[in-house]
Design a protein around this ligand. Structure first.
Ligand code: WT7
Length: 658
């Protein structure tokens, strides 16, 4: 990362110096309240993780805790278990009537589903999948809105040993197609549509478009969510409810090896092609159940826990589906947007369901800050006892606001750092033990060994910026990239060797060993808590007939974390104007999904390049952020920068006028 950037971020973080000790009453009741847990885990990480694996139900105990052949790791080797059994069956005897999900649809419909009911639905779907020929190891694509059928579909796959690949409902037909093809999925589970801000999201239409260019899908299961009539292809498409009608609500869970694949989930890397992150069964479930229990301090018989992410991202996989269900707790599952029908939707849900724990993203918190305190203050939020944040660094101002206006000044705020690849939270406070510092994700979870190092891998020590690394395996970590183990090694281990995992984030340690995350250090952007690669957006842009060349950077944005700025050179005969700008935004939305649409497009005759022709994104980032330009001596065409800068400034002026 550019030095300057690091310094600026550190300065901003240091402005807020308040610290918060865990409230005594919280500690007294906390699942984790003995600081020696850290020492024990440090002394013998494997024994610690083993104790956490014992939280689960295994049909056969493991022979070995960890098999580490760097860069590969295997956990609980020889152990057997089933994820859906752990999430459902084992709770039935004592708490089958407990609500698993209070589901709330965006239009206002709602349904509360008990563990017993979810179990029955999962079994029926699992039987149906088997009838359709799905076998252990087969991949099933899932493209659904946030409805109960989504977790049910994931668990039905897990029950029979099929691998699910959930594709976020906001992704386009093209993104769905690429993911289906990469993992060779046999079945697609989708819906006629879903609701988002009162609009209908045409999932089935997108799916049909995607399926025109996939060969592996044999059957499509369609959940009826809306009242819309959608095209159904004869012999291929089946209505979900019809399929389940005749099925038995009993289905023996498949005994899985701890290291059998549970799911694949795609995330952006530094190339245009998303990576299929592979998670396996025993280690993953151990990691998510342990972190969920200790960080969110879950009390299954009294808490109403709400993770307001989408299941289409890893946050939802780990902390709406697998963690909470493995722990047998009651969750809220909300389908829609935070500002629909009005900007107090979250707070009316918290009040109505007496939510005790809320886990959301800084971008949402900042939006709520902007909307004003009147919205939360209209509601009784006194049930909330713990708050969580994830997805990007949370600025201290947003942290304090969250604690003050949502948590009534008393609820601890746990800022949790992790990634699709790590599967579970890696750096976070334990709210009954750890002193909090707004803006810091605090310390590594017990059993996680991290550090901040320089280019050469030397620890930088307290005070300076560097690169975050993880120095030991952890059970919920990814195992590989689907179908591309070479890329796994290159992406995460080339930099510091096979034993040191490099997540791609900058960080700083303070003198108490607290971690301050400083954002991505590669060509990956973080837009509203979602990861996107600059190359992905660039590839989409240059695929448009009017574009000769494009470079994309993330501009620091007060609301979204980063906003996408595209520098585009039009082909001759095409003019870079408002109309083209609109068209390109639409085009990118269609190619990837709405979240990938550039916030601004700056047309330019050329891009700043080194003599070898490499585009200098670093300089474009400076332009986008309105900073003084970094070193330009290696540029082949320096004058173009002045021109680009002028254009960018005049665009910024336009914005101010509005
Ligand atoms: C990237 C991972 C983990 C679920 C959501 C995103 C950034 C995530 C934090 C945090 C600072 C954070 C990192 C990371 N990130 N949480 N608490 N503080 N940065 O998952 O799409 O895999 O993105 O999000 O840059 O590498 P993801």
């Amino acid at each position: 990362m550019v030095e300057k950037e690091v310094e600026r971020t550190i300065d901003a973080l240091l402005e807020e110096r308040r610290e918060f000790e865990p409230p005594k009453e919280f500690t007294a009741q906390a699942n984790a309240n003995d600081p020696s847990i850290y020492e024990h885990a440090q002394k013998d990480p494997e024994a610690w993780w083993e104790s956490q694996a014992e939280r689960l139900s295994w049909s056969k105990k493991w022979d070995k805790v960890l098999e580490w052949n760097p860069p590969h790791q295997e956990w609980f080797v020889g152990g057997k278990l089933n994820a859906s059994y752990n999430c459902l069956d084992r709770h039935l005897e004592e708490s089958g009537d407990r609500i698993a999900y209070h589901w709330i649809g965006e239009p206002g419909d709602a349904r509360s589903i008990s563990y017993q009911e979810l179990h029955a639905e999962v079994c029926k779907l699992a039987n149906a999948l088997k009838e359709l020929g799905v076998q252990k190891g087969d991949r099933v694509a899932i493209y659904l809105p946030m409805i109960p059928e989504l977790p049910a579909s994931m668990l039905a796959c897990a029950r029979i040993g099929a691998v699910h690949s959930v594709v976020f409902g906001g992704f386009s037909a093209g993104s769905l197609r690429d993911r289906i093809n990469d993992a060779d999925c046999k079945i697609l589970i989708t819906a006629d549509g879903g609701y988002r801000r009162g609009q209908n999201v045409p999932l089935k239409e997108n799916a049909d478009e995607a399926l025109a260019e996939t060969e592996s899908i044999e059957k499509v299961i369609v959940v009826k969510r809306t009242t819309d009539d959608v095209a159904m292809s004869d012999g291929r498409d089946i209505v979900y409810s019809d399929l389940l009608e005749s099925q038995s609500d009993k289905c023996e869970p498949e005994e899985m090896d701890a290291e059998d694949m549970l799911y694949v989930l795609y995330t952006s890397g530094t190339t245009g092609k998303p990576k299929g992150i592979v998670h396996t069964t025993g280690g993953y479930l151990t990691g998510v159940s342990s972190t969920h229990h200790l960080i969110f301090d879950i009390k299954p018989d009294s808490d109403v826990y709400w993770c307001a992410a989408d299941i289409g991202w890893v946050t939802g996989h780990s902390y709406i589906v697998y963690g909470p269900l493995a722990n047998g707790c009651t969750s809220i599952l909300y389908e829609g947007a935070p500002d629909y029908p009005d900007k107090d939707r979250y707070w009316s849900i918290v009040e109505e369901y007496k939510a005790t724990i809320l886990y959301t993203a800084p971008t949402a918190i900042r939006a709520m800050m902007k909307w004003g305190v009147d919205y939360p203050q209209k509601h009784d939020l006194s049930s909330l006892r713990l708050l969580g944040s994830v997805g990007e660094p949370i600025n201290p101002e947003a942290w304090i606001w969250y604690q003050e206006f949502i948590g009534a000044g008393k609820a601890p705020v746990v800022d949790t750092w992790w990634q699709t690849e790590t599967g579970a939270i890696m750096i976070s406070a334990l709210p009954g033990i750890t002193k909090l510092k707004p803006g810091s994700a605090t310390v590594p979870f017990p059993g996680v060994v991290a550090d901040v190092v320089d280019e050469k891998g030397e620890p930088v020590g307290p005070g300076s910026g560097g690169y975050l690394v993880l120095k030991r395996p952890a059970p919920a970590m990814m195992r590989t990239i689907f179908g591309d183990d070479d890329r796994y090694r290159e992406t995460y281990f080339e930099r510091y060797g096979d034993e040191t995992y490099f997540p791609g984030d900058g960080a700083r340690l303070d003198d108490e060993g607290y971690y301050w995350l400083l954002g991505r250090v590669d060509d990956v952007m973080n837009v509203a808590g979602h990861r996107l690669s600059t190359y992905e957006v660039e590839s989409a842009l240059v695929a448009h007939e009017s574009v000769a060349e494009a470079a994309v950077v993330g501009r620091t944005d007060p609301k979204e974390g980063q906003a996408i700025v595209a520098f585009v050179t039009p082909r001759s005969g095409h003019e870079g104007n408002e109309d083209l700008s609109k068209e390109l935004r639409q085009h990118v939305g269609k190619a990837i999904g709405k979240i990938a649409r550039p916030q601004s497009i700056i047309f330019t005759d050329d891009l700043p390049k080194t003599r070898s022709g490499k585009i200098m994104r670093r300089l474009l980032r400076d332009v986008a952020d309105g900073n003084e330009l970094g070193d330009v001596t290696t540029l082949q065409n320096a004058p173009i920068l002045d021109e680009i800068k002028k254009k960018a400034d005049s665009q910024a002026d336009d914005k101010d006028d509005k």
